[in-house]
Design a protein around this ligand. Structure first.
Ligand code: CP
Length: 313
């Protein structure tokens, strides 16, 4: 595997989840794999889990880790070729990527969607320009359209739950005051296509995800209907894909509440975090013993370690 941009890059999805599980059972067993190798983590957007868990994953493999936050620590980067760089951007990606390549053996990049230009977001310009000009593996730490490290961690979490043989898993849209990207919803959907489950997506009208990703997965516009007998409920907000970047629904009727969860088969509640309490989900659901959000965050470390190990080999 030369890059990890989406789950489709994995040579073997099941083997990767199994490797994450194996590393979790004995975290330092591959401590020699990354010895004298350097992991660079470049953040163009904020993070808590990804930043800390990926650093920890690198250290489990014996790597040195360097982190840079581009919002306040680095020169602003220009990505367009042939630009007269008279504005605020001081450094071109052509030099930046080559320079970083000299210091690092693997580089992780977080670069969210702008949500103003669908075509440009789907080009994944930041990742693609680094790939074009760098000569080392690139690890997607959440891009405009994908968050595969989160999805891999979520797969590990699902495998750890005591679920029926073919569980019903519901990815449900939930309210949020800000327009959020589609990356988590896209990658969770891609991941569920590898699982033996009855997978359903629930979202209001106008919020259907990219059909090239959802394919023939059932999409319901009635949340209560979708939640009936669910074994797992994964909540996430995203803005409209069709009316790109827009918020179409502002009421809280899709917030996850104990009444909504009562429709399920005592479902596990999942969310990638961060989460706005009593906006996306009520305290009663998030603090309930069936909430798996902390377990999911823990699994980020082992998913990242598994991917780094595969990239290094
Ligand atoms: N879930 C997730 O990616 O969290 P952070 O944005 O804090 O990294």
């Amino acid at each position: 595997m030369k890059q990890f941009l989406t789950l489709n890059d994995l040579p073997d999805f099941d083997a990767q989840v199994a490797l994450a599980k194996e590393i979790k059972s004995n975290p330092y067993q591959y401590e020699q794999v990354g010895r004298r190798k350097t992991l660079g983590l470049l953040f163009f957007n904020p993070s808590l889990r990804t930043r800390l868990s990926t650093q920890k994953a690198g250290r489990l493999l014996g790597m040195d880790v360097m982190v840079m936050n581009f919002s306040n620590e680095a020169w602003a980067i220009e990505y367009e070729d042939g630009t007269i760089m008279e504005g605020l951007r001081s450094e071109h990606v052509k030099e930046a990527a080559q320079v970083v390549s000299q210091y690092c053996d693997v580089v992780g990049i977080r670069a969210f969607a702008s949500l103003t230009d669908k075509e440009k977001d789907e080009e994944e310009q930041v990742l693609q320009k680094f790939i074009e000009h760098a000569n080392m593996p690139i690890l997607n730490m959440e891009s405009a359209t994908a968050h595969p490290l989160q999805a891999l961690a979520d797969a590990l979490t699902l495998k750890e739950l005591s679920l029926p043989k073919r569980p019903k898993v519901v990815l449900t849209w939930a309210p949020h005051p800000k327009a959020l990207p589609h990356a988590v919803g896209n990658s969770f959907t891609r991941m569920m296509q590898h699982m033996d489950a009855d997978f359903v997506i629930a979202n209001p009208e106008g919020y259907d995800l990219d059909k090239r990703i959802t394919k023939d997965i059932p999409v319901l516009h009635n949340q209560d209907e979708a939640l009936k007998n669910a074994d797992v409920v994964y909540a996430k907000n995203w803005c409209s894909y069709e009316h790109y970047g827009q918020i179409l629904k502002t009421d809280n009727t899709w917030m996850l509440t104990p009444d909504k969860m009562a429709l399920t088969n005592n479902a596990s509640f999942m969310h990638c975090l961060p989460i706005r309490r009593n906006v996306v989900v009520t305290d009663g659901v998030l603090d309930h013993p069936t909430s798996r959000v902390i377990q999911q965050a823990n699994n980020r470390t082992f998913a990242a370690a598994a991917v780094l190990k595969t990239l290094l080999s």
